[in-house]
Ligand binder design. Structure first.
Ligand code: SF4
Ligand code: SF4
Length: 188
């Protein structure tokens, strides 16, 4: 039979000698490998107590941005959804009412904004497409979940904390990648 790879190894069917029959040399050989690894640098880390530094271009969980006055940046223009190759984003637009100027930066806002994390491939195209600096990919993971519906992230999961009430949470959510709180998406 023709081999598909060059890793083919014929089975050794010759009779075992004395040392092979008592398995002792094989056990010692196995233990020596274990012992060698005791003195090697550990490749594992104690997550979540220890966290590996992310690459500067790491793209994690999306975050819906606010301006420094705590108003939502998103105008529900739909460009992020249009740019998304995985069709992971859905939204519903609403008009800002008088008296809501402190909540939404523009006349229109996303009454509903959802990202399906099971579809998302973290490509970052939504961030690139957004003209309002409203969505960006942060330095955190989407946490594990046992249910599919747990991966549909709505506004309450995606919106960053209000800088007026929680400045620490706001700064933490922004992380080190986002330098400009206002402006345009491509400035990141
Ligand atoms: S996140 Fe940006 S691109 Fe997406 S709807 Fe909001 S403003 Fe438009
Ligand atoms: S990161 Fe890519 S796949 Fe995920 S929501 Fe944005 S555009 Fe879609």
């Amino acid at each position: 039979m023709e081999a598909l790879t060059n890793r083919l190894k014929p089975v050794d069917r010759r009779k075992m000698n004395f040392w092979e029959r008592i398995y002792l040399p094989a056990v010692v050989k196995g233990l020596s490998i274990t012992l060698k690894h005791f003195f090697k640098k550990k490749v594992t880390i104690n997550y979540p107590e220890e966290v590996r530094p992310f690459s500067p271009v790491f793209r994690g969980l999306q975050i819906l941005n606010r301006d420094e006055e705590g108003r939502e940046n998103c105008t529900a223009c739909g460009l992020c959804a249009l740019a998304c190759p995985a069709e992971a984003i859905t939204m519903e637009c609403a008009e800002r009412k008088p008296g809501e100027e402190h909540l939404y930066r523009e006349e229109k806002y996303a009454a509903k904004y959802e990202i399906n994390m099971l579809r998302c491939i973290f490509c970052g195209l939504c961030e690139e497409a957004c003209p309002k600096d409203a969505v960006y990919l942060s330095e955190t993971f989407a946490p594990a979940n046992y249910q599919r519906k747990g991966f549909i992230y709505g506004k309450k999961d995606l919106l960053i904390p209000d800088p007026k009430t929680d400045p620490e949470g706001f700064a933490k959510a922004k992380g080190s990648r986002i330098k400009h709180p206002q402006g345009h998406g491509n400035e990141h």
